[in-house]
Write a protein that binds this ligand. Sequence first.
Ligand code: BTN
Length: 326
Amino acid sequence: MHFTMKDEILKRFLTAEGEPISGQVLADELNVSRTAIWKHMQTLKQEGYEFETVKKRGYKLLSVPDKVDMGQLQQFLTTERYGRQVHYYETVESTQLVAHELIRAGAPDGTVVIAEHQTAGRGRMMREWESTEGQGIWMTVIIRPDVAPHQAPQFTLVTAVAIVEAMKSSFKNFTPEIKWPNDILINGKKTTGILTEMVAEADRIQALLIGIGINVNQKIDDFPEQLQTIATSIAIEEGEPVERVHFVANVLESLEKYSDEYVKNGFGQIKQLWEQSSGTIGKRVKATTLREVVEGEAVSITESGVLEIRQANGEIKGIYSADIEL
Ligand code: BTN
């Protein structure tokens, strides 16, 4: 989806700071008929934007729906590439599936697929991902970094750092923690999951799909019962509702910054930030991999994102992929 006439109109209202704008001014500025403007205004109203008609002065924007669509997102974005193309849906099965199709169709670096609701959201290890309507950020960012396929798992860690840093600069009432490899916890409960998938040739990544699920505005009752003791949302922890579109923009900025940093300068800075925010390093953990259970103290992550666990006998074991219990 590119900028449409409707998005242009919306942009004028969002930057008018509550002042009315007349249909004639819009028509002149955007070089279309007043009837065309009127039609777009009807569509915006249907989408939940509320306007007041001010006599002789035009339309005044009263309120915007809590949506994360392209028109609003562009107001906040300062990125170069990420989020400059957005495919926005009310409902999809999974944004990952849409992203796979877009990659085949040649979608550029930084393309975002975002939905209000997913009917078959996917988590790691083929699990389901609960994606309640309008309450979270359910998105996939397609990136095309020029790196080798074995570096793909690093982007899960890059993404975790990017989200944690975005959280730290956007919210003040909590400190997020990363749980290796891909969860972000607040006060010990899961608020964010990351699912990285790859489309690659033998020696080159074609694209990565960075799937990001962030619980944002749920109240505790909005989670299914089995999740209520282990999941939380930003709003619960911050103590107030969150404007999702603003936070999406912050996440995309941070993601662009840290993935560029990784591609240019390697893992050094990311590893440092990751370890600073880690709730895993230094703790006793139990890691369940497909083949075995490894228990011990999590001592570090390596340059390639492998978690190192020191077992009781002193031996250090590298874990590539596992479920971790603290
Ligand atoms: C996990 O913790 O298991 C990863 C969860 C990833 C969920 C996100 S929501 C947006 C994207 N689309 C999906 O179907 N999954 C990811």
